[in-house]
Design a protein around this ligand. Structure first.
Ligand code: MG
Length: 272
């Protein structure tokens, strides 16, 4: 897993973050502004890759395929090396087989529209909540291009098909923390610890780690940086709904979110 491989680096970053002054929160909006990752958070990329891997390599044991992404396995020199998709580790495959797998899926017409929703109905519920609570929301993804329409357009249609009627989606690369800062987001939901770490370090937003695996294996550095984890979209949406219902005397968004995620609150990053 990426987190274990990068444990030392992440630990150093966490320590550096703990020593630096709090990130200035310059948001001036009244309602929550949210960011949601797609693959591994909402969209079942892993399932689609596993199907393709079984077609290409019939002997593969799907049980050993990981559920999460691992950026360290991105093939060097790949034009999509910065993309989340190219970074997905298919543990049972050699690097050559992984490249064959990615070549195959990217040759598929509008591949990104063929994915399933990990938790059917969650996007529809999210859309209803955004309307009801007057939130603003941006989906973000690092998908590489496949045959057919641009990944952004495929993602847009996919979100609409699954019940999010008016999606805003961007294909982005680089630090999600800097993106969250530029967009003045309050919360980013993402399945990759690396992205959550970027958010904690480079923005005043709070990251929620989508961690469907063993809760005991949530990286310790995540908790150290105030990154809470959830096991499902439903749990995440329940928390966001509670967060929105918070009373003024319960503190700002950050403190309420930390309480809901079972984390200690910090006066240093308290919002007004
Ligand atoms: Mg992801």
């Amino acid at each position: 897993m990426i987190w274990r491989r990068s444990a030392d680096k992440n630990e150093r970053r966490a320590q550096a973050h703990a020593l630096r002054p709090g990130v200035q929160d310059n948001s001036a909006h009244d309602q929550m502004r949210l960011g949601f990752d797609l693959d591994g958070t909402i969209a079942d990329l892993h399932g689609a890759l596993a199907l393709e891997a079984r077609r290409l390599f019939p002997g593969i044991d799907l049980a050993v395929l990981p559920n999460s992404a691992a950026v360290d396995d991105a093939p060097a020199g790949d034009t999509a090396a910065d993309s989340e998709a190219s970074a997905l580790s298919i543990g049972a495959l050699t690097s050559r087989q992984q490249r064959q797998l990615w070549d195959a899926v990217c040759e598929r017409e509008n591949f990104w529209e063929s994915l399933d929703e990990i938790e059917p109905g969650s996007l529809r519920r999210l859309y209803q909540m955004v309307r009801q609570h007057r939130w603003e929301l941006m989906f973000m993804t690092s998908r590489p291009e496949s045959k057919g329409d641009r990944a952004q357009l495929q993602s847009h249609r996919w979100l609409m098909k699954h019940g999010y009627e008016t999606p805003a989606v961007m294909v982005v690369h680089g630090s999600r923390g800097k993106i969250c800062s530029a967009l003045q987001l309050d919360v980013l939901v993402d399945d990759r610890p690396e992205n959550c770490l970027d958010v904690a370090i480079d923005s005043s937003a709070r990251a929620i780690l989508m961690w469907r695996g063993d809760e005991g294996k949530v990286p310790g550095s995540a908790r150290q940086l105030g990154i809470g984890s959830v096991k499902s979209m439903q749990e995440c949406l329940d928390i966001l709904e509670q967060l929105d219902r918070g009373e003024p005397d319960q503190g700002g968004v950050v403190d309420r979110l930390k309480r809901l995620l079972g984390l200690g609150t910090s006066a240093r990053r308290r919002r007004t």
